[in-house]
Design a protein around this ligand. Structure first.
Ligand code: AMP
Length: 180
């Protein structure tokens, strides 16, 4: 994907200082989602990254990971699996509590949502400390899929979240912010 197109998408991301708590520079992707051209560029770019990798399931992380998770699943010919906040999923789940950039959280996934034959693409909108995706990865790994890929639209490089992921897991992001 051409650099100018990705720069165009980056230019659509809005900075909200001190949200949701003081000291956090919130990267608001809704302004990149609401622009049709920007939305299409992001969808095309992520689809391009994973086409031909045999993805059978896309796991989207509640809530912002649902937006692209479902689009990517459809485009890649895969199924979609929601990874949710506690108490939302109706059948038997496995869960994990973790620490994030601001506060603590718990996530859950249906225990029968993934099997050994699946090639899984895990998606969230943004990589900050990495706590959310690292916890999600641990949950998905307990279901022993054949392979797991991890993708974000955006990465906050200063927070070093990438370090949380083991070498055998390929992590991609469409673009990064550094010192911004
Ligand atoms: P983390 O577990 O720290 O990587 O946090 C990732 C999740 O929290 C993502 O789902 C993001 O939507 C959200 N998040 C954390 N920090 C920020 C930030 N500075 N700007 C926008 N979203 C954030």
């Amino acid at each position: 994907m051409e650099k100018e197109k990705i720069e165009f998408v980056k230019s659509k991301v809005r900075n909200i200082p001190d949200f949701p708590v003081k000291g956090i520079q919130f990267k608001d992707l809704t302004t990149a989602f609401k622009d049709a051209e920007s939305l299409r560029i992001m969808c095309d770019a992520i689809t391009e990254l994973y086409t031909g990798k045999g993805i059978t399931k896309v796991v989207g992380i509640e809530a912002r990971g649902f937006i692209f998770g479902a689009i990517l699943a459809e485009r890649l010919g895969a199924g979609f699996v929601p990874l949710r906040k506690p108490g939302k999923l109706p059948a038997r789940t496995i869960k994990k509590t973790y620490t994030k950039e601001y506060g603590e959280d718990t996530i859950e996934i249906h225990e029968d949502s993934i099997n050994e034959n699946d090639v899984v693409l895990m998606h969230d909108d943004l990589l900050a400390t990495g706590g959310t995706m690292a916890a999600a990865l641990e949950l998905v790994k307990t279901m022993n899929p054949a392979k797991i890929y991890v993708n974000f639209i955006c990465e906050l490089e200063d927070l070093g979240g990438r370090k949380l992921f083991p070498q055998d897991v390929e992590v991609t992001s469409l673009f990064a912010f550094k010192g911004e």
